[in-house]
Ligand binder design. Structure first.
Ligand SMILES: O=c1ccn([C@@H]2O[C@H](COP(=O)(O)OP(=O)(O)O)[C@@H](O)[C@H]2O)c(=O)[nH]1
Ligand SMILES: [Ca+2]
Length: 440
């Protein structure tokens, strides 16, 4: 009966090599599974497995001997303890079978993060120690460009060119012998989520073409817009992996707050059942990682990233950028006027000069609306302005019922005109000068 003889080397907890031989079940259904021998050897690192078809009854003793000898050969050459000593088993098996030469398999992975403010490439290299286990992270090479893909919404080919440039970094970082088996994927986040569907798809399609022209492995669905739930979970995995929490027994994980340009995510592992029960259903996601199931709370708030919040504060979300329009805010430096670009759009913005003095136009109903708002939320105004509700109510009543203004009567509120106080004081001074014949 033909059995497959598989030899595997396992790293023991004490950093020694355990060699164990196993016979597997043959394809014709005969049972020949058996553990034959186990030999402990000192060695540096890595793992090796290979497979040969043999008649086990004939060869197993000899095979064990050869394996042990070749391992000894590797160990002796590694420690260089006997440089001039020749052994009968030297070079019996190809040197690639030496643990330190052959068994460390390098694995690479290329991930593009197409964010709303920039595109980044992460080139990870891993070592695959055990064929059936996750690779071990060795190193990351990182590069980025600005602006992000969404800035090329109307010129998708040019957007894709930014990816081509970053792929050159990957070609330098990954040995050419590994290009074909190194996967490359691009995931876009909130910048593309906010674009009209057609424009986003045009960008993704151009990017896909560029990836396919590269020498790397392009899996199905390699270019996509990631949903906010994944974005939160994946960032949580990254940080908890890097901080060692995913491997620790204590399961003391860390929560993540990711403030992007166009969206923001919160992700954590709830400690109490109450949190799970009280959370909206779609804020809780279960997934399995490293043999453990995690039930995470995660949510992505689209439009509440830092840059999107700027647009909202400036009142530019609805209107978009209009030529010559300057978006002003008292939260910007008073004398500032500048242009800011986001998502391929230029926004003129500036501070408000002497806002306090210039005042503004309000209608009677604005007083009324504010009075209702403040009086309905009294708890929020208690310490700083205790009379606000009362004062606004009085002013509204005075304007409406007292003076009889209509609710849409505009009123100009002015503290200063041309930088001079609008008090009776100036008028009084004119009269004073006139009465003293200092002026006519
Ligand atoms: O060195 C940096 C790089 C990025 N950012 C900010 O980090 C966020 C990155 O957001 P991203 O482009 O990923 O947008 P998303 O698509 O995630 O909303 C933006 O607010 C950037 O301004 C930063 O503060 N410093
Ligand atoms: Ca981001």
């Amino acid at each position: 009966m033909e059995c497959s003889l598989v030899s595997q080397y396992f790293l023991s907890p004490a950093d020694r090599w355990m060699v164990s031989h196993k016979f597997l079940v043959s394809p014709d259904g005969g049972s020949c599974s058996e553990s034959l021998s186990s030999v402990e050897l000192w060695a540096e690192t890595a793992t090796l497995s290979y497979k040969m078809d043999y008649e086990p009854s004939f060869l197993r003793t000899l095979f064990s001997l050869i394996l042990v000898s070749s391992l000894l050969d590797c160990v002796l050459s590694e420690v260089d303890a006997f440089p001039d000593t020749k052994t009968w088993f030297e070079n019996l098996l190809p040197s690639t079978m030496c643990i330190q030469n052959a068994s460390i398999e390098s694995v690479y992975g290329i991930m593009f993060d197409a964010g709303s403010t920039g595109t980044r490439i992460h080139i990870y290299s891993f070592t695959q120690k055990y064929p059936d286990q996750l690779p071990e992270l060795r190193k990351e090479i990182f590069e980025s460009v600005k602006p992000g893909l969404s800035a090329y919404a109307d010129i998708p080919e040019q957007g894709a060119e930014t990816i081509r440039g970053l792929l050159e970094v990957a070609k330098d970082a990954v040995p050419s012998s590994h290009w074909k088996k190194t996967p490359v994927v691009l995931k876009a986040t909130a910048g593309l989520r906010l674009l009209p569907e057609k424009k986003a798809q045009a960008l993704l399609s151009e990017v896909k073409n560029v990836l396919e022209e590269s020498p790397f492995l392009v899996p199905d669905n390699s270019v996509s817009i990631m949903n906010g739930t994944y974005e939160g979970i994946l960032a949580w995995i990254t940080v908890n992996f890097l901080t060692g929490q995913l491997y620790s027994q204590s399961k003391q994980t860390v929560g993540i707050l990711d403030l992007g340009g166009a969206s923001t995510q919160i992700t954590f592992l709830p400690q109490s059942e109450e949190t799970l029960e009280q959370s909206p259903l779609d804020f809780i996601t279960s997934f399995k990682m490293f043999h453990t199931t995690y039930k995470l709370y995660t949510h992505s708030y689209l439009g509440l990233g830092l840059k999107a919040a700027r647009l909202a504060t400036l009142g530019a979300v609805e209107t978009g950028a209009v030529d010559k329009q300057i978006f002003r805010s008292s939260c910007l430096p008073k004398n500032l006027e500048a242009v800011w670009e986001f998502g391929g759009v230029s926004y003129r913005y500036g501070g408000i000069e002497n806002d306090y003095g210039k005042g503004g136009i309000l209608e009677v109903r604005d007083f009324e609306r504010k009075a209702i708002e403040v009086c309905d939320h009294m708890e929020g105004f208690t310490s700083s302005s205790p009379f606000l509700c009362m004062d606004l109510s009085y002013i509204t009543a005075l304007l409406k019922e007292g003076f009889g203004f209509k609710i849409n009567t505009p009123l100009q509120l002015t503290k200063k005109v041309n930088n001079v106080e609008t008090s009776w004081s100036l008028g009084a001074t004119f009269l004073m000068l006139q009465s003293l014949r200092i002026s006519n």
